[in-house]
Design a protein around this ligand. Structure first.
Ligand code: FES
Length: 173
């Protein structure tokens, strides 16, 4: 796997305890079954992204081959393989949100922040990405920011959200 950005790997006692708690829900010889929650926990503890070295560490913890972790991380958009912005606006680009103007709002946000989809602002504060259905189809157009959903979006709501992020008023997790 070629992507290789520098990242400090820090499996703290707290993170180890969290991983062990997650693993306790599965048979001892089926650690692989805990891969998704373990990856989330590890990513949350590492600035919201997973380097190759960190994925290798997860493979070691789960007693699987590294390729098995790479397969999962590269499949799901909620896992990031490179450093991401503090505020990552993940716009749903699937049908229901799309029909209600999701794509236009994503373009509006990109223009407002001066980035293209997938790019990060020069100050590292914001990025905008398109993702598949986030399961809030009746509340579109919507985006995910950290662990929170922002629904029934309008340009005005986007303006307010960006401003609140700049002022540090937005809770991510
Ligand atoms: S289509 Fe957007 S949340 Fe499902």
């Amino acid at each position: 796997m070629e992507r290789n950005y520098k990242q400090d790997i820090n499996i703290t006692d707290e993170l180890t305890a969290r991983i062990n708690e997650l693993l306790s829900h599965y048979p001892a010889d089926k650690k692989k079954s805990a891969m998704l929650p373990v990856l989330h926990a590890v990513q949350d503890a590492h600035d919201n992204w997973l380097s190759v070295e960190l994925m290798n560490k997860v493979a070691e913890i789960l007693e699987v081959k590294p390729i098995e972790v790479y397969e999962v991380v590269t499949f799901y958009t909620m896992f990031n393989q490179k450093p991401v912005a503090k505020y990552m606006f993940e716009f749903c680009r699937t049908s229901c949100c799309g029909l209600r103007g999701g794509e236009d709002l994503m373009e509006y946000t990109c223009a407002k922040l001066g980035v293209k989809q997938g790019e990060t602002t020069a100050d590292g504060m914001f990025s905008v990405v398109g993702v598949e259905c986030l399961g809030a189809c009746g509340y579109g157009p919507m985006l995910q920011l950290g662990d929170n959903y922002h629904e029934k979006l309008t340009k005005e709501k986007i303006d307010i959200l960006i401003e609140e992020c700049k002022q540090g008023k937005v809770t991510l997790y």
